[in-house]
Design a protein around this ligand. Sequence first.
Ligand code: FE2
Length: 203
Amino acid sequence: MATPRPKQPSTTRTLAQRQQAVKPDLDQASHETQKYGEIVKLPNGLSEKVCKDSVALLNQCLADTITLRDMYKKHHWQVVGPTFNQLHLMYDQHYEGQVLLVDILAERIQLLGGIALAMAADIAETTKIERPPRGREPAAVQLKRLAEAHEQIIVGAREAAEKVDKSGDAGSNDVFVSNVLRTNELQVWFLTEHLVAASPVTA
Ligand SMILES: [Fe+2]
């Protein structure tokens, strides 16, 4: 008895029909599935109000942190002077530290059921950190500007840490203290030591 031949794929479909099956559909209707400011309640033992209040505090800190992060890159590129190499490298190290904070803050917001700010225009509208000029500034002014931005974030983080602690959101308290506060305090130390006018060769 002859072995049955394997079934051949259908050739009745046109080229256009076959291509349609693998063509990305880019004609998508734009709509929001969650509005900014709304909370999607997750089973985390926190009330919707607690999550909403924490998210608002975290988003303010996120906007200020993104602004500081970007100010570090601006100064990394624009720094000049005899301490160019030291500052150029330190600015990038601090930038990386702020990048980590941005992700921790944004993901904390999302896991509380909120929406994290992300785009530059929204950050610019929300941040309380003063906008630096587009042009170049002396290194000492860069350092002062960065130190002031850090202090604003530190003060805000301490206040926020106290508020979320009172409302029972221990996880957000940990982010404000262990991540935001500790990182910013350390970076302020490194920054401000560059503003001391001590000579390396005379006592
Ligand atoms: Fe670089």
